[in-house]
Write a protein that binds this ligand. Structure first.
Ligand SMILES: Cc1cc2nc3c(=O)[nH]c(=O)nc-3n(C[C@H](O)[C@H](O)[C@H](O)COP(=O)(O)OP(=O)(O)OC[C@H]3O[C@@H](n4cnc5c(N)ncnc54)[C@H](O)[C@@H]3O)c2cc1C
Length: 417
């Protein structure tokens, strides 16, 4: 019998995570990627207009993201992350200039909620009982119940959390997915909620270190390889047809499809996959003057949601950006700048050079209906497993979900050796 090869299609974080696990287990791995680079929806690039490297969009992970921690450890990239070092989340309310910092206690019981000084300004202890709506949520429940009670806890906590974590309108977002996020973050206590942000860029943390390890482990990376179709023999894939040629598989070879959901629908229509997606808009401003410090701030009651500052780049995230599709980009940049200039104490009328970047299919729409359309890693076919943030990870589209899905697809491949 010839040596087995595992062919991984898609070099986003899900594909890289699968390649990492398999290569560490001694498998011979080939990764095919349509783009000339790896990283997919989580990458950095040189922006010629701004004359510097930027990320496709701000990404935040938490210390409780176990798959992220493992991946960073295995790729020697733990030190490439920075953050405040404790579970703190600064916020700014655009309507009245109120500022506050959520300072969680480290342990799992949320003592901070009982301390008036640590609670979100204007909220009462009783309002926090609304978390029960989420904890008791059933599979088809949405977060609409929270949204219908528009008190200050909603506008200053639930709304930014739901839109930020699920990238979906609170009227239709899945309460179950929110519960899963909460139980692995806030519910696990402050130790699981220390924010982590790449020091230099997404690629420098999540892509380049992994590619180094893959290279050391003999993994072949084939860029400019766009999968078009697959040839089947019964329950087995026998050939992968790319834009630039065919790859014939040996009888014991394995395939991991780590492709986005929208392409999976075209490639294998019989595989259940989400059909509804949400965009994320990021506006990156190149500042003349260096702000006081790097970090992030949650912004409420404006267009801007999260402001990330890294050296002289201030980047603003707007999730679920289809809500604002009627606003021309130039106006949006001006609105956003006016908001964050106030936060950064800069001139709101003097818009610095900026770049707007829209990721149209940033995440799946995290609704109960879309969540029900996610596939598991194991397909029932003899030599394929699936990865991707859209698979049934139990989480919304996140780095943690993408990495876990890669590990799962690799485990299936190893089990069927
Ligand atoms: C703007 C933005 C902000 C985000 N913020 C956060 C955040 O703060 N925290 C967080 O945890 N997550 C965040 N996410 C989500 C996170 O980035 C994604 O969940 C994750 O990167 C998805 O990885 P993936 O490998 O599943 O998919 P992808 O990254 O889409 O990877 C799929 C790969 O397949 C390739 N491909 C596609 N078609 C073909 C083909 N036919 N043949 C070969 N290759 C193909 C693509 O080029 C791509 O490289 C954000 C996403 C975006 C876009």
């Amino acid at each position: 019998m010839t040596d087995r090869h595992v062919h991984i299609v898609g070099a986003g974080l899900a594909g890289l995570s699968a390649a990492l696990q398999l290569s560490l287990s001694g498998e011979k791995v080939i990764v095919y990627e349509a783009a000339p680079f790896a990283g997919g929806r989580c990458r950095s690039f040189l922006d010629r207009e701004l004359g510097c490297r930027i990320d496709n969009g701000n990404h935040l992970v938490l210390s409780g993201n176990v798959a992220v921690r493992d991946y960073l450890y295995l790729t020697n990239a733990t030190e490439t992350m920075a953050g405040p070092g404790s579970p703190v989340f600064p916020f700014y309310d655009i309507t009245d200039g109120a500022q506050w910092i959520i300072r969680m206690n480290r342990g799992s019981f949320p003592w901070w909620i009982f301390d008036k000084k640590r609670r979100i300004p204007g909220t009462t202890l009783a309002q926090y009982l609304s978390v029960l709506r989420i904890l008791l949520a059933r599979r088809n429940d949405t977060t609409k119940g929270l949204a219908s009670n528009k008190n200050i806890l909603y506008s200053r906590f639930w709304e930014p959390l739901i839109i930020g974590a699920l990238n979906t309108e609170p009227d239709i977002a899945s309460a179950k997915l929110l519960r899963n996020v909460l139980s692995q973050s806030f519910g696990a206590g402050g130790n699981a909620c220390v924010p982590l942000i790449p020091k230099l860029g997404l690629s420098e943390t999540f892509v380049a270190p992994c590619l180094n390890v893959l290279r050391q482990n003999g993994v072949e990376m084939k860029y400019y390889h766009r999968l078009r179709s697959m040839l089947w023999e019964g329950d087995c894939v026998r050939e992968l047809a790319f834009n630039n040629g065919k790859v014939e598989l040996n009888p014991n070879d394995w395939v991991i499809l780590a492709l986005p959901a929208w392409f999976m629908r075209e490639l294998l229509p019989e595989v259940p996959a989400p059909t509804d997606f949400r965009s994320i808009l990021n506006t990156h401003f190149r500042l003349d003057e260096m702000p006081v410090s790097n970090g992030f701030t949650g912004i409420v009651s404006g267009y801007s949601e999260w402001l990330f500052v890294r050296d002289n780049i201030a980047s603003v995230t707007i999730s679920c950006a289809e809500r604002f599709k009627k606003i021309p980009s130039r106006d949006m940049a001006a609105f956003v700048w006016a908001e964050i200039a106030t936060v950064l104490d800069l001139d709101p009328k003097k818009i610095p050079p900026h770049r707007i970047f829209l990721e149209k299919y940033a995440t799946l729409a995290a609704t109960p209906q879309q969540d029900a359309q996610r596939s598991s890693a194991y397909t029932g076919w003899k030599n394929i497993s699936l990865a991707g943030e859209w698979t049934a990870t139990g989480l919304p589209s996140t780095i943690e979900g993408a990495l876990r899905s890669g590990v799962k697809a690799a485990q299936v491949a190893l089990r069927w050796k």
